[in-house]
Design a protein around this ligand. Sequence first.
Ligand code: FPP
Length: 253
Amino acid sequence: MEELQNKLNQIDMSRLPRHVAIIMDGNGRWAKLRGEDRCMGHVEGVNSVRKATELSSDLGIDYLTLYAFSTENWNRPQQEVDALMHLIGMAIERETPDLIKNNVHLNLIGALDRMPKEAYDRLRRCELATAHCTGLTMTLALSYSSRWEIVEAVKKIAASVKSGKISETDIDDNIFAQYLATCDMPDPDLLIRTGGDNRISNYLLWQIAYSELYFTRTLWPDFGKAEYADAIIEYQQRERRYGKTSEQVQQES
Ligand code: FPP
């Protein structure tokens, strides 16, 4: 507790990331290390989701975007897919009153039409029940992959050009971003990946063009508030240059 407080004291509240995205990896290995079934790792991972949501909300971070299930995850053993879908739906249903109490708005992105109806209905109910909440926006990327999202955007843009809504010459970075599932959000300032792998795995490829990347070996079920605070502290030590020189950035600030 004291260790967490020491870390929280090191966070500069005037320079918080506005949007944090997380690749929650390592649940399976966490369970295996304990001789348990992989699904136990996912169950434990839900506690880390709660901790990350709580800390984001308490600090006043505006957006938290969690990679909960990728397009590629559909290829896992059916039993694990079923268990994960059930777990995510149940957890969200259970947490809905707390989300409302903490003014957290649930947002869903991904090919949700592929989700089993039971889990989808639970998630949609929470999305509707928290639609009025104005604090943290917690986005779950479900049945999501960045290439899927980009291809969908291209299809929608092609349709808009065809119908005359926009012309081909209107298309630029800003227009393109408006056709992505994340159109209502700023790009992530900080992308965290737990579990020890240093890759992006088809997550928010367009949106992370200038995000700070933070990779940690900590497995997701072990990623608590202190570990999250570490990531924010490191983020605040980085200089974000957006292609400019260090001297330019320092002059501007
Ligand atoms: C990756 O670990 C994790 C997932 C594919 C699922 C993440 C989902 C949760 C933590 C539950 C989310 C719940 C809510 C309410 C959003 P892995 O299985 O790939 O682990 P491994 O790399 O050790 O095998």
